[in-house]
Design a protein around this ligand. Sequence first.
Ligand code: GLU
Length: 259
Amino acid sequence: MKKLILALLLFIIFFLTGCSKKETISQVDKIIQRDNLIVGVKTDSKPFGYINKTTGEIEGFDIDIAKYIAKDILGSERKVKFVPVTPATRIEAITSGQVDMVIATMSITPQRQFLIDFTTPYYIAGQTAIVKEDSDIHTFSDLKRKTTIVVLGTTTEQNIRRIIPTARLNGYKNYEEAFKAFKEGQADALSSDNTILSGFLMDNKGYRILKNKISQEPYAIGIKRNEEDESLKKNLNIIITRMQKDGTIRALKKKWQLK
Ligand code: GLU
């Protein structure tokens, strides 16, 4: 009888602990089980993430990084699904779980670090501006009381407001709209990272880029903050270090005509 009670007790304990134990699956295992990586990327920020008008394909520096990661984690660079994001939507795409990560010219900032986690940087950009070739604007201080186009939700917007409070800003929700407005002559300048502006200059004549940069923009991969499971962050940091050491980043800079 005693043995029966003991067995019953053990069964109950086993059952209860089994039920109360949370189903924990690491961020990396989730991706492996799904057999597909879901990455938030830009579609209007040449040469980092943009749609090639001839092929209709999405391509760029950030896209190549995403493919490299898919190859590393899942064995094929084709096992990646791209979800378009803008500066204003990319953090929510991460926190809501819509994407596994965002690789989208996103700078590490202390404010963003409150909401999401970042890997180590994979590229260092800097903020500057473009103007018409014959413009009288040569430095950032010339932007005082001039109209400058920015994309909302970017560090660009914050930096200009802080450094040149008298600059008049016209905000747009993405680069497609911002560049269109700029080409239509709706502002004196358009400010962004040197990387994105160099992409605009690749396709458009009659404009020039200011020589000075007013910030450092360390691009990193944004992921969901999860103190109990840092597996994805650790994996990504290892991959980024390898890409830096084995010449992949250098080759990508060359491929996308970046310095
Ligand atoms: N890198 C800057 C940022 O993270 C601006 C470029 C962008 O729009 O992504 O806000």
